[in-house]
Design a protein around this ligand. Structure first.
Ligand code: PLP
Length: 373
């Protein structure tokens, strides 16, 4: 038996998504730039997906471009804002996903001023400090702050951040890779300039994502070539995956409440069982307040290092993580947790859920954790 509790790293593809993709991997193989029937069919698949994504976000279709994932979407937003919108200063946080954190730092080494907003003990941006920073400079500023943190699940108040960016005429980019499809987002009510999403976090395929670019932002291409994606992102489109992403988001929105209540049920059962069975534990992030319900980050007081904890869990059939998935497969000390004051001598595991998880799986996991810790 395997129990998969690493859904913030990636999620299994859902059947409906695979079904939607299959025709585009086989019969509907056309190049969407071709004008003949095969091409038009492929193009129609892409445009349908674009419409679904735009509608589910309250955007218009011309505001959505498809990318190779969340990483490319975030890179595009930040780098194009600097290149094309006159941005000279970035306000971000030290607990962004690496694809934002490293991009922001690279910009910092290229004459762009980089400032980090203060965080509270849960990892939430301090809004008063953000206002102080925004009001304290005339430089054109991009604020890049994620919606839901991928390691601890704390949510940033993106509506308030939008309000402040509007007030001080700053651009706002938010990484919603972990939250889109789990929490309803309506860009027509926010003054957000860029927003990113990724297929594989919501039971869609890997290697595909999207960037919402507000229609008033005039940015140029990140990748030049044949002019696909309205000249914004060249390269023959990953048609089947784009179709899958559209279907995945459609499903996520249709079953949002149902999935949420199943996941909340499992998550709160897990919390109560952890509290019942382990006295020396600490929960990271705003786990009972304003949180992303798919994530639970727990620190156990134990001599066993986190690598070993995860290894032993894996041997017993449970997949969890030490934070974000690292490309080498190794678990490094978490940059995020290092900012959140995890007590000394504790080791942290991220459990992250999907609607497939059950309370029976929680019971099994608790019993295995008891054997290990
Ligand atoms: C918050 C966040 N942003 C961006 C990404 C990168 O997305 P992708 O894997 O689609 O490149 C991830 C993936 O772990 C993430 O959790």
């Amino acid at each position: 038996m395997r129990i998969y509790l690493d859904n913030a790293a990636t999620t299994p593809l859902c059947d409906e998504v695979l079904e939607a993709m299959l025709p585009f991997l086989k019969n509907n193989f056309g190049n969407p730039s071709s004008s003949h029937q095969e091409g038009r069919t492929a193009k129609a698949g892409i445009e349908k997906a674009r419409k679904i994504i735009a509608m589910s976000l309250g955007a218009v279709t011309s505001e959505i471009i498809f990318t190779s994932g969340g990483t490319e979407a975030n890179n595009t937003a930040i780098k194009c804002a600097i290149r094309d919108l006159g941005v000279k200063r970035i306000i971000s946080s030290p607990i962004e996903h690496s694809c934002v954190f490293n991009t922001v730092n690279r910009m910092g080494s290229q004459d762009i001023e980089v400032i980090y907003v203060e965080l509270d003990k849960y990892g939430r941006a301090n809004i008063e400090h953000l206002e102080e920073l925004l009001s304290g400079s005339d430089k054109k500023t991009l604020v890049s702050l994620m919606h839901a943190n991928n390691e601890v699940g704390t949510l940033n108040p993106i509506d308030k951040i939008c309000g402040l960016c509007n007030k001080y005429q700053a651009y706002f980019h938010t990484d919603t890779v972990q939250s889109v499809g789990h929490i309803a987002i309506d860009v027509s009510k926010l003054n957000v300039h860029f927003l990113s999403g990724s297929g594989h976090k919501l039971h869609g395929p890997k290697g595909v994502g999207f960037l919402y670019i507000n229609k008033n932002n005039s940015i140029g291409a990140m990748i030049d070539g044949g002019g696909q994606e309205r000249k914004m992102r060249s390269g023959t489109e990953n048609v089947a995956s784009i179709v899958g992403l559209g279907r995945a988001l459609e499903q996520a929105i249709e079953f949002l409440d149902e999935r949420r209540s199943q996941i909340e049920k499992v998550r709160s059962y897990f919390i109560s069982k952890l509290k019942e069975n382990f006295t020396d534990i600490h929960f990271n992030g705003d786990y009972m307040g304003d949180y992303l319900f798919t994530v639970l980050n727990v620190s156990f007081k134990t001599e066993t290092a986190v690598n070993m904890l995860l290894f032993k869990l894996d041997l017993k059939g449970i997949s969890a993580s030490g934070g974000s998935a690292c490309n080498s497969g190794a678990v490094k000390d978490s940059r995020v947790l290092s900012k959140l004051k995890v007590p000394e001598g504790y080791h942290s595991v991220r459990f992250s859920f999907s609607h497939h998880n059950t309370t029976e799986e929680v019971d099994f996991t608790i019993s295995k954790l008891q054997e290990i810790i």
